[in-house]
Design a protein around this ligand. Structure first.
Ligand code: CDP
Length: 235
């Protein structure tokens, strides 16, 4: 029988983790989970329910409502997972600048992390999953057979996210994008709960000067190494 491994991909904001995870999952026939979408979903819920006003988050109010937040993914026509919040497709709304502004402050709340990590572990319990985020190799799947830690320089990450947002018709500036990425990286790396850091056994990939195909080929070469070392003929 085919034994499927778990692949954890972590790294800084907008460094192409989800793109790589999605392409790898397609190649291997694995499940792709964008854990950041789930933190964005909780943030959208807080915005929709007036739990964020004047830059202030009503943490107690959010904790009371946590059990009523249901998140799941469904595949669209192109087989890409889209996030549903309480049964409503929120895939585009979770990518808006206002959600990006508050998501790292929501993601530092312990109870939010406990809820989402539990759901993420359930999705990956049978293996055959590629999950990207900030704490996947360190906390969610510390025993993942392959861990990648992705980075790229800030100018390149800014340019990529700026183009992505412009292509979706959103209004923004490069300065605003850079400020958001830098702020999120700071909060994500310095928070008390599961801060963003490279797992000891993760492989570092700086994709600043790699094309998508080069990055995918490199990642696939690591997958093959794992397969060989575990004597798996197919993954
Ligand atoms: O796509 P992008 O790199 O902009 O970020 P994302 O993966 O959508 O994640 C959005 C935010 O969620 C991050 O900045 C973190 O604050 C939080 N996050 C987290 O804390 N832990 C994860 N496993 C994934 C995301």
């Amino acid at each position: 029988m085919k034994r499927q491994i778990t692949i954890a991909i972590d790294g800084f904001s907008s460094c192409g983790k989800s793109t790589l995870a999605k392409e790898l999952a397609n190649q291997l026939g694995y499940l792709f989970v964008d854990s950041g979408a789930m933190y964005r979903g909780v943030t959208l819920f807080a915005l929709q329910n007036n739990l964020i006003s004047n830059n202030d988050i009503d943490i107690n109010g959010l904790l009371k409502e946590l059990p009523s937040i249901e998140l799941h993914f469904e595949l669209n026509d192109t087989k890409t997972p889209e996030l549903f919040l309480n049964n409503i497709n929120v895939e585009s709304e979770i990518r808006t600048p206002v959600v990006s502004t508050f998501v790292s402050q929501i993601a530092r709340i312990k109870e939010v992390r406990i809820k989402l990590v539990e759901e993420q572990r359930k999705m990956g319990e049978k293996g055959g999953v590629i999950m990207d985020g900030r704490d996947i190799g360190t906390v969610v799947f510390p025993n993942a057979e392959l861990k990648l830690f992705i980075t790229a320089n800030i100018d390149i990450r800014t340019e990529r996210r700026f183009q992505e947002m412009i292509n979706k018709g959103m209004e923004t500036t490069k300065e605003a994008v850079e400020k958001n990425l830098t702020q999120r990286d700071f909060i994500d790396s310095n928070r008390e709960e599961s801060p963003l850091k490279q797992a000891k056994d993760a492989i570092l990939i700086d994709n600043s000067h790699l094309t998508r195909q080069e990055q995918l080929d490199l990642a696939l070469s690591y997958v093959q190494k794992v397969a060989k070392s575990q004597r798996l003929y197919s993954l």
